[in-house]
Write a protein that binds this ligand. Sequence first.
Ligand code: TYM
Length: 342
Amino acid sequence: MSGYEGPMRVLSGIQPSGGMHLGNYLGAIRKFVELQHEYDCFYCVVDMHAITVWQDPAKLREQTFHIAASYLAAGVDPKIAAIFHQSAVRAHAELAWIFNCVARLGWLDRMTQFKDKAGKDKERASVGLYTYPVLQAADILVYKATHVPVGEDQKQHLELSRDIAGKFNHDFKADDFFPLPEPLIKGPKGQGGARIMSLRDGTAKMSKSDVSENACIFLKDDADAIARKIKKAKTDPEPLPSEPKGLEGRPEAANLVGIYAALAGKSDADVLAEFGGQGFGVFKPALAELVVEKIAPIGAELNRLEADPAYLKSVLDAGAERASTVADKVVREVKEIVGFVV
Ligand code: TYM
């Protein structure tokens, strides 16, 4: 982190663009819970990112509460970490504009998530979708966050955040004003789960927008739905190998073993030492039991919290106030550095 000497801070965010799933939980939220005791943490519901593609307004509000409730249900404590929605802290948008003038077109042209999301017809994509990673850099750096817990798919966006921070520091001769934020891809205890794949296709990321509803386990799925989806999960006819090397070329098997390992807090090798030589007829019910044990209580708490939107709004408002105190100060400093009259 070069010579940055400010406090260690964590920021991360999730888009309110669909139901929270096992990938979001293992890649992000579970780490949020663990990190809150070690760092000053800011957990955002990134509604401004969500509207880079069309969102039905009523659903967007509902999903914003859903993400906030998911943070709480998984164990983020609003008395310790700030939980808030991005649009309520205007400093994000202010810094994003300044960063739009720091980031280079060539950098954004390389972003694979834009290419994936825009598809073939990129002329019709929103300008916001193109500058999405610049807003993400602002989310992080407006708190001078030093650490960012995310799944593996966010690695490239994090590199861009570091490039923007470095160029800002360099161009304005503001040595170490911004830290170069570090992605936390593995969990604090070295756990996996940073890349959970679809249950229908082991080469595609588990995603809330998957067309097959059996591809994705949602935090709100009940025990029956979880068991059904795991039973239907695509596999191959071979028994499980006894060592991780034997998972090569078997993406679906590797994914199911990875999910088991991440939830059990074990390595793939440990899981295979236990299940190696067994078929999926034995492994799938064991996996279903473990997923139900870990996820169903979160889903139940999520349902309980969602029934109380007034409480969720109060958490978001208090979080936004706390976040604004930190972010407004950073934006004021940035404005001075850039030469705006403040
Ligand atoms: P989003 O909403 O697409 O994803 C939220 C988080 O979930 C992780 N994730 C996964 N992890 C493992 N396996 C999967 N299949 C999987 N799918 C999603 C993502 O890596 C992410 O950590 N661009 C961010 C949102 C964002 C953000 C930020 C993140 C906006 N500003 C600032 C960190 C810091 C995103 O992809 O959201």
